[in-house]
Design a protein around this ligand. Structure first.
Ligand code: ZN
Length: 623
């Protein structure tokens, strides 16, 4: 599109001179931005000259908003880091400088309006002195007009916010910029929807008006920008695949070009830790080629044919959906975006959908559906439903047993857990020993489990519990101290949860209790992170947690109850019980303290009755 006045000569030398000499009132906003727009260092990741080729998907947006184009409303549903707000500033500066016109800019709140003016617009004017000197008013020269008003010959820019009726009462504006409209309240001081009020500001200008609306979306059905985008020609930014799209621009179309959408990205990740193990690549959905992110710049370049194409052609309003995958190289990368998605996915399986909602809104530029992916969330019912009937008390793949004991004022609670290869675990027995932990009878009953009890392995052999940990917390520290110190040589250890959120699972060097007995500090938060991330695996593969049919509903209620706060700390909600989680975590700590790496065990560790230490070693080595 060349909207400049034609030169009478076809000689390129003359055209060059003509273009250089004549001031051009017909310049479009994208070209104006490339020519004159300076980005201030206070608010820009790339200060200095604005380059529209960094975000080429916005060139057409700026053309639609230019006076040469007949479009009256432009609506952008966007991810973060794609430059849509800066387009609003380009528009605003253009209509101060080139085609002066009255303007209104509305942000969601007073704080945001103030911040936008003081941190973005005014600093932009400071680095563009030829416009700044046209602006009158302001307390000091540095203000360049006031915070909420910039008056210039031919018009003024009023900056307001969505909650204030007064923002909508100023004179009509030819240019209306409504920024981040999903942050707008439903009603302005009883006068109606601020989005509608904002649009009405421009009505007096008829076909000359320009309304620019942008936002990241929020919840489906309640998202302003979703409704606006639906009421538009619904464009997306199509690009050539470097491998299969025809090079001839005339032959390029929707059916042989590509768009960046969530489902077309490919990557490997650790299904246990939810971390990326490969770079994210884009898979061309025509030829199947995996494309590295570094080719994004070439693909988005309009010289190679990239352009917006409408899904709802013919609608008078222009709309563009632009997710963060289009963010230019050096801004927000695909690896970062999809690692965020994995982290969100992990949180979601524990029933925490906040991170995924944010990801869908701010990266994928889609409104969130409340029932999205509900079926894969980890719930007590889903875990209860996957209980198994073991062939023996201890299944064949279990190599060693450990136990964790939680101490309460009136009882001990414990879980015996079987550990196998590749991180797999089997719940074996969950039990409660009622009685004050400081009383001899309670300790004898605990001995009967931890030291004496045998479990039948599927092979027919007998197993006993290898390492046992007992919680030192609560009011029974002395009782636990007495108990574990006398059984330390039988691998019964006192443990205590470390307060730091990032403490390691176990510190293998014991400290001392105030009763001068050995105590191991354990990183309960790290241990819970580990357990909960294994708990959500549903495929029976590596790191899977097996549960027997003997476990009741209460067990599962107690292992899904905790929620992670923003600092990453697992919190047990007030009034809820979580002993099942604690017992399991303590058993996992026992496994760490045992010093035995299951992955390296040649055979399961069976118990041989009445074998002398020497003889027992020989038997074990013969197996
Ligand atoms: Zn291709």
């Amino acid at each position: 599109m060349n909207l400049r006045r034609p030169c009478v000569s076809s000689n390129p030398v003359f055209i060059g001179i003509y273009e250089a000499l004549l001031p051009d009132p017909y310049i479009t906003i994208d070209k104006y931005a490339d020519e004159y727009r300076m980005l201030p260092k206070e608010s820009s990741a790339e200060p200095g000259k604005y380059r529209s080729d960094r975000m080429p998907y916005l060139k057409e947006v700026m053309q639609w908003l230019s006076p040469q184009d007949s479009t009256q409303q432009v609506k952008i549903i966007k991810g973060t880091q794609i430059g849509a707000t800066e387009v609003g500033n380009n528009v605003s500066l253009y209509y101060m400088d080139i085609v002066p016109a009255p303007q209104t800019m509305i942000l969601p709140s007073e704080t945001l309006a103030k911040k936008h003016s003081n941190k973005k617009l005014t600093p932009s004017l400071r680095v563009m002195p030829h416009i700044a000197k046209k602006i009158t008013g302001g307390k000091t020269k540095d203000d360049i007009g006031g915070t909420f008003e910039k008056i210039y010959p031919g018009g003024s820019l009023n900056i307001g916010w969505a909650g204030s009726a007064i923002s909508f009462r100023s004179d009509s504006s030819r240019i209306v910029i409504l920024d981040d409209v999903d942050g707008f309240p439903l009603d302005v001081e009883g006068e109606g929807d601020p989005l509608d009020l904002g649009k009405k500001r421009a009505d007096a200008f008829g076909s000359l008006k320009k309304v620019y609306i942008n936002s990241t979306p929020t919840v489906k059905g309640r998202s302003n920008i979703e409704i606006e985008y639906e009421d538009s020609d619904q464009r997306r930014y199509y690009m050539p695949c470097p491998h299969c799209t025809p090079k001839d621009h005339e032959k390029q179309n929707k059916d042989n070009m590509v768009v960046f959408e969530d489902e077309h990205f490919r990557f490997e990740y650790d299904k246990y830790k939810y971390t990326l193990t490969s770079d994210v690549k884009f898979c061309c959905y025509h030829c199947g080629t995996l494309i590295e992110e570094k080719h994004k710049t070439w693909m988005m370049d309009q010289r190679n044919g990239a352009r917006t194409i409408a899904d709802n052609a013919g609608h008078p309003h222009k709309g563009l959906r632009i997710p963060s995958y289009y963010s230019p190289i050096g801004f927000l990368g695909w690896n970062e975006i999809f690692q965020e998605k994995l982290t969100a996915k992990k949180a979601m399986k524990r029933g925490d959908t906040r991170k995924m909602k944010t990801w869908v809104n701010t990266r994928d530029a889609r409104p969130w559906q409340e029932d999205e992916l509900k079926d894969i969330q980890m719930t007590e019912d889903a875990l209860y439903a996957r209980r198994e009937t073991y062939k023996a008390e201890v299944p064949a793949d279990v190599y060693i047993l450990h136990a964790g004991v939680d101490t309460q004022d009136d009882r001990f609670e414990y879980e015996v857990v079987g550990y196998g290869k590749n991180g797999k675990t089997w719940g074996i027995e969950r039990g409660v020993i009622v009685g004050d932990p400081s009383l001899p009878d309670t300790k004898i009953a605990l001995d009967a489990v931890l030291l004496e009890k045998t479990y039948k392995h599927e092979s027919g052999s007998i197993m006993k519990i290898h390492t046992k940990t007992v919680d030192y917390g609560g009011h029974r520290g002395k009782a636990v101290s007495d108990y574990t110190s006398k059984r330390y040589h039988r691998r019964v250890f006192a443990i205590k949860g470390a307060k730091q959120v990032d403490a390691p699972v176990v510190n293998k060097v014991p400290t001392k209790t105030k009763y001068k007995t050995k105590l191991f500090m354990v990183g309960v938060n790290a241990a819970k992170d580990d357990f909960f991330s294994r708990l959500i695996l549903a495929d029976g593969g590596d790191n899977y947690c097996h549960f027997p049919v003997t476990y009741d509903k209460t067990y599962f209620d107690q292992i899904v109850v905790e929620k992670q706060d923003d600092a990453g700390r697992w919190i047990n909600p007030p009034g809820k019980r979580n002993e099942s989680t604690d017992c399991r975590i303590y058993a996992d700590c026992a496994k760490e303290l045992s010093g035995i790496d299951v992955e390296k065990m040649p055979k399961p560790m069976f118990h041989i009755e009445n074998a002398s230490p020497k003889k027992r070693r020989r038997i074990l080595s013969r197996r």
